[in-house]
Ligand binder design. Structure first.
Ligand SMILES: Cc1ncc(COP(=O)(O)O)c(C=O)c1O
Length: 391
C-alpha cells in the first residue's frame, strides 16, 4: 500500500530539535519517544519549504519589515476561513505568541492586577502572570463526564475585580473548541465588568469535523485582542512568525510601545513564511489532508487507550493534536507516574501539574506524528501498563 505523506518518519535527532535533542536534558534519557512539546513530527508543506529555500538563496538577511503582503495574506486567511474582516492597520508582528501575550499583559495591566486563566491551561499562561507579578486567578474548567465546561458562575464573580482574561481558544490541553454561545457570554461578561479579553488562537486552524472555531473578534468588543500564528497549523513553530490583531487604536498603541521597549522585530524569513502559509493554495490543501490524518490519529489513540488501558481516561479533543489523559486510577503519585513513564514506558509525555492543580493526575500526549510512531508509543505505554500490579 502506498504510504500516506504523513506516514513518513522524519529523522529529527541531531537537528537541534527541542523535542528530540532536548530529551536527555529534560527527561534524563534520549531513548524515549518524544510525545511531549506541541511540535509535530510531520514535514511542513512543500509550498512553505520552497518559498523559504528561495528566500535563503536570495541571500537577503538584512533587517526586515512585517511586509504588506504578509499582512494581506493574514487578512485573506481570516476572511476565507473565518469570514472575518481584519483591518490591515490592526496587525502587529510578534516573534512568538507567548511573547505577544506577555507584551499585551505588560501593556494593559499593572503589577498586582488580577488576571484570569482557565485551568488546566498551557503552562506559559501561568508563567507570564507570575513572572510579571500580576495576580493569577484560576477559573478552573469543570470536567463533566469527559468534557470540560466553563464555570460561568465563578467566572462572573471573578470578572468583577479582574483586569484581564486570557483565553486559550481552542483550548490547550483539553482540546475544547468554545461555541458561539460560550464566547458571547464571555464577551458579555467582559463588557459588563470592563475586562480585557486576550485570546490565544494559535490552534484555531486545527479543528476537527463537527466543530467550528469562532475568533474572538466575531463578537464586537473594543477590549478584545487576538493573538495567532501559522506555527501550529503548518508545523513551523521555530520560525517565530506570529501576529496580534488589535482593532482598537488606543490599545494597539500601548502594545506597540511595549514592543518597542523590547525591540520586537520580524526576523528575515517571517513574512515569507506567513505569505507561503496563508497565500499559497498548496498550503491549504496540505492542511486539509493533515486534519484528516490527525483526526484518524486521535480516534485511533482513543480507541486503543480505551480498549487496552481501561483505567486511563481520555478527553476527546475537538481540536489540536494533543490528547489529555487522566492517569489517576493507576494509583501512582505524580512523581511515581513521571518516573514510571520514563523508566518503564520509555515515553516523554507532558506532565499535567504545570497546567494547574486540576491537571496533576494528567499527562498530555502529542499525536501529531506518523501513525507508526503513535502506535509504537501506545505499545510501550500498554506494556508498562500491563506490568503494573493493578487489581
Ligand atoms: C496555546 C498556545 N499558545 C502559544 C504556544 C506557543 O507559541 P510560541 O512558541 O509562538 O510562543 C503554544 C505552543 O504549544 C500553545 O499551545
Amino acid at each position: 500500500m502506498k504510504e500516506h505523506m504523513f506516514d513518513e518518519i522524519i529523522e529529527k535527532k541531531l537537528t537541534g530539535s527541542v523535542k528530540w535533542d532536548g530529551l536527555k536534558q529534560l527527561y534524563g534519557s534520549d531513548t524515549l519517544i518524544p510525545m511531549w512539546v506541541a511540535d509535530m513530527d510531520v514535514r511542513p508543506p512543500d509550498s512553505i519549504t520552497e518559498a523559504l529555500t528561495k528566500r535563503v538563496a536570495s541571500g537577503h538577511f538584512g533587517y526586515s519589515l512585517f511586509e504588506e503582503r504578509a499582512k494581506k495574506s493574514i487578512q485573506s486567511w481570516f476572511l476565507k476561513r473565518y469570514n472575518q474582516q481584519i483591518e490591515q492597520t490592526s496587525l502587529l508582528y510578534s516573534s512568538g505568541v507567548v511573547s505577544a501575550l506577555a507584551h499585551t499583559l505588560l501593556a494593559l495591566t499593572d503589577e498586582g492586577d488580577e488576571v484570569i486563566i482557565q485551568t488546566p491551561v498551557y503552562p506559559p499562561f501561568h508563567q507570564i502572570i507570575h513572572a510579571n507579578r500580576r495576580q493569577l486567578i484560576e477559573n478552573p474548567l469543570r470536567l463533566i463526564g469527559e468534557r470540560y465546561e466553563i464555570d460561568f458562575l465563578a467566572l462572573e464573580s471573578q470578572m468583577k475585580t479582574a483586569k484581564m482574561l486570557i483565553l486559550c481558544s481552542p483550548h490547550n490541553p483539553t482540546g475544547r473548541v468554545f461555541n458561539q454561545d460560550e464566547l458571547q457570554t464571555i464577551v458579555d461578561l467582559a463588557k459588563k465588568y470592563d475586562v480585557y479579553l486576550l485570546s490565544d488562537e494559535i490552534h484555531a486552524d486545527l479543528v476537527f469535523s463537527g466543530h467550528t472555531h469562532h475568533p474572538i473578534l466575531e463578537f464586537p468588543y473594543e477590549k478584545s485582542i487576538l493573538v495567532s500564528a501559522p506555527s501550529k497549523t503548518f508545523n513551523i513553530p521555530g520560525l517565530y512568525a506570529s501576529y496580534l490583531i488589535v482593532p482598537n487604536e488606543e490599545i494597539r498603541t500601548k502594545i506597540e510601545q511595549v514592543q518597542q521597549a523590547h525591540f520586537v522585530h520580524p526576523n528575515a524569513i517571517a513574512s515569507t513564511a506567513i505569505i507561503a502559509a496563508y497565500e499559497d493554495p498548496m498550503s491549504e490543501r496540505w492542511l486539509k489532508d493533515l486534519l484528516v490524518y490527525l483526526e484518524q490519529n486521535r480516534d485511533h489513540a482513543i480507541k486503543r487507550i480505551q480498549s487496552e488501558m481501561p483505567l486511563l481516561t481520555v478527553v476527546k479533543p475537538d481540536a489540536t493534536f494533543l490528547l489529555w489523559v487522566d492517569f489517576e486510577q493507576l494509583g501512582l503519585t505524580d512523581e511515581e507516574r513521571a518516573s514510571w513513564l520514563v523508566e518503564q514506558a520509555s515515553l516523554a509525555l507532558t506532565h499535567g501539574k504545570p497546567f494547574g492543580e486540576n491537571g496533576v493526575t494528567f499527562e498530555r500526549l502529542n499525536f501529531g506524528c506518523p501513525r507508526r510512531q503513535l502506535d509504537e508509543a501506545l505499545d510501550r505505554l500498554h506494556s508498562a501498563y500491563l506490568a503494573l500490579p493493578l487489581d
